[in-house]
Design a protein. Structure first.
Ligand code: SAH
Ligand code: SF4
Ligand code: F3S
Length: 475
């Protein structure tokens, strides 16, 4: 496998590197059209659904055909240098289109817009509009401004904005799973990370609006929601009507109670914040999926300190023990960074050993990419040579392959309740679904006109690779 490609993985594997375009149901309703591509984490994809809603209300329909667009939007990511390069390359591809299409506007949204602000307009002459993650409500006004030939920028960050009253337009979705943002921003200051600078201070969304959105999704036939935040365990909202404090555990329970038929997932948990209360809540509700994404970043306490992660190796291992104790069936995955500043071979071995200890089912693995303005960029030297970073990353990737295979082999002979998402990617004679642990399980259709999408099926695992389980329907 190509290490660079792995190093550039985004948060949600299913959507990795994929650009998606929300598409209005009836494009003929609108006289103007926008085309949007999203990069980066699930939160950016969720934001694009909010943007689609704002633009629909301003008279723009979505199109999947870039040639038809009056407005091209790139919802961008700054997490690693490679993510920014991908967007810049994409922009140059739009150059010719812009030259031959009078009036075509190009807008940069998201984290890169926030990081580079008006500087982007100087660097990228093609760009007409620059809008940061907290300023999407101003998009219609900025588009009007840009239509008069001015460059339009709004990168103000907010302490309050959660877009709670905007119903996201779920267009390119499979109709079964949806993302629901529960908070924005991040108050942690992991030294390697650009997110606190691009997304601003942490704020939690009104719990009622979250429950309203989830209820609406259930009514529309959705079967799974993923509650999204950079650090979901620090969700905190005060219900002034009832004088009740809504923590993440409380919210999770409220969402689980919306419908027993609805699967509930969440991402991401910071190891320092996930509480026993959350684990007990997960144990109490069958429909809260037994899967926790618990980014470790490094297995070395010294490196974790430099990263400002606020936990030690031992503390993290104790958290894994606690999850295994309270939720024996729970899947665990991680994010891992290879080659952070000053990382020695010994530190790297600590990362490999914590991976073995935790027995991750899956990981997102990256090599360190220095981001301007972060604490690490200001305080430490990015001193690990690229070849060493890549070699260490490859060792991490190889080990994860073994761990994933071992984890899947443990499932042979077991029966899982699977939510069917659609055809298997490899063959439309097979169904593809996920287990509660978020593993992909493929099983044969009984006939080509069988309708199982969006239903739960019990499947017994008979075979596996390191990425996929295969099985047969159990009677
Ligand atoms: N809020 C989440 C992570 C969001 S970013 C959390 O705290 O877990 C997703 C992942 O990208 C991080 O977990 C980290 O592994 C990786 N990442 C972030 N900044 C990076 C950088 N500068 N270089 C390489 N990987 C980075
Ligand atoms: Fe970045 Fe750390 Fe916040 Fe995650 S918790 S978004 S890694 S600063
Ligand atoms: Fe990227 Fe911004 Fe998400 S930097 S990972 S799109 S929060």
């Amino acid at each position: 496998m190509d290490v660079l490609a792995i190093g550039d993985k985004v948060h949600d594997e299913a959507r990795q590197g994929e650009a998606f375009s929300p598409f209005a149901n009836d494009p003929n309703r609108y006289s103007k059209h926008f085309y949007i591509e999203s990069y980066g984490c699930a939160m950016n994809f969720a934001d694009s659904e909010v943007i689609a809603s704002i633009l629909n209300n301003a008279g723009f329909g979505a199109t999947r055909n870039v040639e038809e667009a009056n407005l091209i939007l790139l919802n961008t990511c700054s997490i690693r240098e490679k993510a920014e390069q991908t967007v810049r390359k994409r922009l140059t591809e739009f150059r010719k289109l812009k030259e031959r299409t009078p009036g075509l506007l190009i807008g940069m949204l998201g984290c890169m817009a926030e990081r580079l602000k008006a500087q982007l307009l100087e660097e990228e002459k093609l760009v007409d509009i620059v809008v940061g993650p907290d300023a999407y409500r101003s998009l219609p006004g900025l588009i009007e401004e840009a239509e008069t030939g001015q460059k339009a920028v709004n990168v103000l960050l907010s302490r309050e904005e959660t877009y709670s009253d905007i119903a996201p337009v779920r267009i390119d979705s499979n109709g079964i799973s949806a993302f629901v943002s529960i908070m924005r921003g991040c108050n942690n200051m992991c030294s390697f990370c650009v997110v606190p600078f691009t997304r601003g201070r942490e704020r939690s969304r009104d719990a009622y609006s979250i429950l309203h959105e989830v209820t609406d999704l259930v009514e529309k036939g959705y079967k799974e929601v993923t509650l999204l935040g950079q650090n979901v365990d620090s969700y905190y909202w005060i219900d002034e009507q009832k004088d009740e404090t809504v923590t993440f555990a409380v919210l999770l329970e409220k969402v689980a109670l919306v419908s027993p038929e609805l699967r509930v997932r969440f991402s991401t948990s910071h190891p320092k914040d996930i509480t026993d209360e959350v684990l007990h809540t997960m144990a109490r509700h069958e429909n809260i999926c037994k899967y926790i994404h618990l980014p470790v970043q490094s297995g070395s306490t010294r490196i974790l300190q430099l990263m400002n992660r606020t936990y030690t190796r031992e503390w993290y291992m104790a958290k894994v023990d606690r999850i295994r104790e309270l939720l024996p069936e729970c899947g665990i995955s991680a994010d891992i960074i290879a080659g952070f500043c000053t990382e020695t071979e010994e530190d790297h071995q600590d990362t490999l050993s914590i991976m073995r200890y935790s027995g991750y089912d899956m990981s997102y693995m990256f090599f360190y990419s220095e981001r301007p303005g972060t604490l690490a960029a200001r305080r430490y030297t990015d001193d690990i040579p690229e070849d060493v970073k890549k070699r260490r990353l490859q060792e991490i990737v190889d080990l994860q392959g073994q761990l994933s295979r071992a984890s899947n082999e443990k499932d042979l002979g077991k029966t899982f309740k699977v939510l069917v998402e659609g055809n298997s990617r490899k063959s439309d004679a097979d169904w593809m679904g996920r287990t509660s642990q978020n593993k992909v399980l493929v099983f044969p259709k009984k006939s080509m006109d069988e309708q199982l999408k969006g239903t739960y099926v019990m499947v017994k695992v008979t075979d596996c690779t390191k990425t996929t389980l295969r099985g047969e329907r159990s009677k």
